[in-house]
Design a protein around this ligand. Structure first.
Ligand code: ASP
Length: 289
């Protein structure tokens, strides 16, 4: 999620556009896709039938971050998150609930009712059924880590867990959990069950491990393995992606996961990775968005 955005980002970075612009458009493309039910427009609602969106953004050069949580009726939460990561803003970087909507209005961001007919029908079906939700039902954050000649950025956006409690925040808007970037070391972003990701501060931990000399790949694996070792039960679904300061990628997951990657030496490619961290390249026919 999403190969198409990766291809577009690759073309634009080749034309010397900035990572900070490219990453926002990549994520907006996913937020605007009504057929993806775990991010932005078309995202599945909470247990009150309301779509509450979370997003986070961190600039690896300045260390500034911005985030919104439980944002309702905001068109592109990632745009708000980025604007809150402004270097000249020393506080009020993380805004939730009604405040996020107010911030959007006051600062000229677009609004939209993000609940689609299809998502509402899924909600009604689930509400009226006795089938309990499984841990990884209906969620999947869009995570991007992006590098240009100036440095690294990490950003992510989600509608969170389907049928979550009103006001629940997962990892996505929390710096160090859903996203983290330090241009001198690396950047990481995570998807999966937010409460699990937060227990291990997976994005921060992945970057910290890179600072100890682990490659991006080994840092992702080690961050997950460390959290796993602490648990007295099976760790619920988590996947993490990373880039080091030279643009090499890493990935680790404990469930089936797809990701895409491109660099100046590598045309965009999509991959599938399983819980044993075995990676295989996907063909054009396997890719749906
Ligand atoms: N991490 C998100 C959350 O817990 C969900 C996801 O990645 O699918 O809200």
């Amino acid at each position: 999620m999403s190969y198409a955005s990766t291809v577009e980002a690759y073309e634009r970075l080749k034309n010397n556009e900035k990572a900070e612009d490219v990453i926002i458009d990549a994520i907006c493309k996913v937020e605007d896709n009504k057929d993806l039910h775990s991010v932005g427009f078309g995202g599945l609602p909470n247990k009150e039938g309301v779509v509450q969106l979370d997003a986070g953004y961190m600039d690896g050069n300045s260390g500034c971050f911005g985030a919104v949580g439980c944002a309702e009726n905001v068109k592109n939460p990632i745009k708000l998150a980025k604007s809150l990561a402004d270097e000249n803003r020393h506080f009020n970087n993380f805004i939730v609930g009604k405040g996020a909507y107010k911030y959007a209005i006051e600062n000229g961001f677009e609004t939209r009712d993000n609940l689609t007919k299809e998502a509402y029908e899924k909600y009604l079906e689930k509400k009226d059924s006795d089938i309990k939700l499984k841990s990884y039902d209906g969620h999947d954050t869009v995570c991007f880590v992006c590098k240009d000649e100036n440095g690294l950025i990490s950003a992510c956006s989600t509608s969170g867990l389907f049928m979550k409690e009103d006001g629940r925040l997962g990892d996505t808007p929390i710096v160090g959990c859903g996203y983290y970037a330090d241009s001198k070391i690396g950047a990481a972003s995570a998807t999966g069950v937010g409460e699990e990701i937060s227990r291990g501060m997976i994005s921060y931990e992945t970057v910290r491990l890179m600072s100890e000399g682990y490659s991006a790949m080994d840092a992702c694996k080690k961050a997950l393995a460390k959290l796993n070792a602490k648990m007295d039960r099976k760790l619920l679904s988590i996947s993490v992606i990373a880039l080091d300061a030279n643009g090499n990628y890493g990935v680790a997951t404990n469930c089936d996961f797809a990701f895409s990657y491109a660099s100046e030496n590598c045309e965009p490619k999509a991959y599938f990775v399983n819980s044993k961290n075995e990676i295989r390249e996907l063909s054009e026919n396997d890719i749906i968005d």
